[in-house]
Design a protein around this ligand. Structure first.
Ligand code: SF4
Length: 694
């Protein structure tokens, strides 16, 4: 029994884990956080929470936190603690030296989806205004960048169409490439409630996720497709809808371009997209594809929810557009209960994207080449902006290896552990002359850093996070930053050291600048957020309290755009040498690379990454449950324990990537989405063999 004492006061704030964005009351006793209680008026969670948000905040006071800035000349030198002033002067001097020596484009930065909107806005501003280039990227590069591309192309805006409340009006839920029970638990609870009320479920996933067999709920259809064949299966659903006349002609005539539809319909009707042909490619029975298509098209309000199993493929953007095609074909857009709903991973990945963290886009998803948009920012920032897009993360690493990129500011991101092809990431980092890691802990990337700037937790700062339903939630300071400076203050001090005249005294002023420059945030300010609790963008004169459901009267781009989604098999193929296909995911109690959850004192968080393998494949290799196995791919190898289960089909293996001792990403490959470079984490050809352990 732990005596926690009675709280004396509380502060309402937002969970810093996943894209559901649950509101919590942080209950305090003096300066000490006593407990986190789910907030009943939180619009995203309505008093519910999962185990992470409720209990996994111990990392905020963990002894591993670094509280003083540190520098070193070479990455083999020991760290030396310095004052903040010395650290900022050192970074500014090094970055200016590198630019003088190698050119303006030789440095860049990475914003964090763990940080607030205000903090990501400031990092991209520092890069554009202070570095004088567009070399800014964010971890959405490795998760939902295809969502941004695909939904902007088809609907005109890079975000999900619905609010979470919408699920209460859903009759058919199609889940593809997501495991909400583990990844988005509070939303999963609302979905399960709706399923228990009678809504039907279609699951498209190589693995039999928990939702497929819930008590009192049976997935109407589970399509256990071969990893890498999403586009083939989704286009086969369109094939059935088109050839059986199940499409919504009235909706398409009113909301889309009819001639584009005719072109798409002819494409979808081609014989190679028939369920029988796609069965050969995907392994999903043709009858199951037909039945799922009929249910989606005729079962009432049909909503699609998807996750990284859609985006982290060489055809990630194509898959998002194939999903959009389905929604437009059947008129399932623009009212409660329907829509296309990306389940965003990190707490503020939506916000980081909204805030211009991409090398080609300013805040609000407006391309750098757009003169009118550049005019707005140039006037406010008193700077001339480069209309040419900058470098993406993989391009920065390539350029570092080649010798033209030499300095990187990384806020709240452990790219060595989270990005694919670990050897290449390490080579890129090792080639740089000034790597600045701004984080809570000495993460794996910090092994290659020359400067470490201590970060602050969500409990130590003010700001906002934007969740998967575009909801802007307030983050409120619960305690003073243990390192002395909130993350937005660190970026501001660095900007000042580089000669910029920034003088923000509170993140509310940053939000005012966001509202001034970004039309979808034009009506957002802290007074409104305090009054309303939260709002969903677009929030402006037309929608002064936000927009729960988008595209009601028309698509943001005008007419919805059908795209021919040709299936192109990934170059990553299984074969005699690497006969199994590895795919990856998460468990409920851990979060991504585990930097926070692994530093919470509770046995719930004592887990390990395991390799799920089908009994047939295990028997062929002489494996028993719990045996050590070695997985090897073209890129690398690692060792972990086997878990024998028929959750995965023969030929498919699955693991999580929470633990640095496993480093599952040492085996993932260099392949990535054709449009956005989002890595193909979800398909890696591997061999699995018995091992004596690490
Ligand atoms: Fe936090 Fe997500 Fe859990 Fe809600 S569902 S408490 S946002 S981790």
């Amino acid at each position: 029994v732990i005596e926690i004492g009675q709280p004396e006061h509380s502060v309402v704030t937002t969970c810093a884990y996943c894209g559901v964005g649950c509101s919590f009351k942080a209950e305090m006793r003096g300066d000490e956080l006593v407990r986190m209680m789910p907030y009943k008026d939180g619009k995203a969670n309505r008093g519910h929470s999962c185990v992470k948000g409720r209990f996994a905040w111990g990392y905020a006071t963990h002894k591993d936190r670094i509280l003083n800035p540190m520098v070193r000349d070479k990455i083999t030198d020991p760290w030396r603690e310095v004052s903040w002033e010395e650290a900022f002067a050192h970074v500014a001097g090094e970055f200016r030296r590198i630019q003088y020596q190698y050119g303006k484009g030789a440095i860049g930065g990475i914003t964090s989806s763990r940080c607030t909107n205000e903090e990501t806005f400031l990092v991209q501003k520092l890069i554009r205004q202070g570095f004088g280039n567009n070399n800014v990227d964010t971890c959405a590069r490795v998760c939902h960048s295809p969502t941004g591309y695909g939904l902007k192309t088809t609907f005109g805006t890079s975000a999900g169409t619905q609010d979470f409340d919408s699920v209460e009006h859903t009759d058919v839920a199609l889940i593809i490439g997501a495991n909400p029970t583990d990844g988005h638990p509070v939303f999963a609870s609302r979905l399960k409630k709706r399923l228990r009320e009678g809504a039907r479920l279609i699951v498209i996933d190589p693995r039999r996720i928990d939702l497929v067999r819930q008590p009192h709920v049976e997935a109407a259809h589970h399509l256990p497709l071969r990893p890498g064949t999403n586009v083939a299966v989704l286009t086969a659903l369109s094939h059935v809808i088109v050839t059986e006349g199940l499409f919504d002609e009235a909706f398409i005539r009113e909301r889309c371009d009819w001639s584009e539809f005719e072109d798409y319909a002819a494409f979808a009707a081609e014989p190679q997209h028939s369920p029988e042909e796609v069965e050969k490619v995907s392994g999903v029975a043709a009858d199951t594809i037909r039945a799922a298509a009929r249910l989606y098209a005729t079962g009432g309000n049909a909503a699609i929810y998807y996750g990284l199993g859609v985006t982290e493929h060489s055809q990630g953007s194509t898959t998002v557009m194939a999903i959009a095609n389905l929604a437009m074909l059947t008129g399932n857009i623009g009212r409660p209960g329907v829509g296309v709903n990306p389940l965003r991973g990190q707490n503020n990945v939506q916000g980081a994207c909204d805030m211009g963290s991409f090398p080609h886009e300013l805040p609000g998803y407006r391309h750098m080449s757009d003169d009118a948009t550049r005019d707005v920012f140039e006037a406010v920032w008193n700077v001339t902006l480069d209309p040419e897009p900058g470098l993406r993360i993989p391009n920065m690493l390539d350029a570092a290896v080649e010798g033209s990129f030499r300095g990187l500011y990384i806020q709240g991101e452990d790219i060595l552990q989270s990005d694919p092809d670990t050897k290449h990431v390490a080579a890129g980092l090792a080639a740089m002359e000034c790597v600045v890691v701004h984080d809570l802990f000495l993460n794996e990337t910090a092994n290659y850093a020359h400067v470490f700037l201590p970060g602050s937790t969500f409990l130590e700062k003010d700001g906002t996070f934007t969740n998967a339903e575009r909801r802007i939630n307030r983050v409120r300071k619960v305690m003073a930053p243990k390192n002395g400076l909130a993350d937005w203050e660190v970026t501001q001090r660095l900007a000042q050291a580089m000669g910029l005249d920034w003088a923000y005294t509170h993140p509310a002023q940053v939000m005012d600048e966001i509202a001034l420059t970004t039309p979808s945030f034009a009506g957002v300010n802290y007074d409104l957020l305090d009054r309303e609790g939260s709002v969903q963008w677009p929030c402006n004169d037309k929608a002064p309290t936000g927009t729960p459901v988008m595209h009601i009267d028309g698509f943001v781009r005008g007419k919805g755009k059908f795209i021919r989604t040709e299936y192109v098999a990934t170059d990553e193929k299984s074969g005699p040498r690497f006969p199994l296909l590895l795919t990856t995911g998460r468990i409920l109690s851990q979060y991504n690379v585990g930097a926070q959850t692994r530093r919470t004192e509770n046995v719930v968080w004592h887990s390990e990454d395991r390799l799920e393998i089908h009994p047939h494949d295990a028997e062929q290799r002489g494996l028993c449950d719990g045996d050590w196995v070695r997985i090897r791919s073209r890129a690398g190898e690692t060792t972990l324990r086997a878990q024998i289960t028929d959750r995965v089909a023969p030929g498919v293996v699955y693991t999580t990537f929470h633990h640095p001792d496993t480093q599952a990403n040492v085996v993932t490959t260099e392949f990535s989405d054709w449009a956005t470079n989002c890595p193909e984490y979800k398909v890696t050809a591997v061999q699995v063999s018995p091992s004596n352990g690490p």
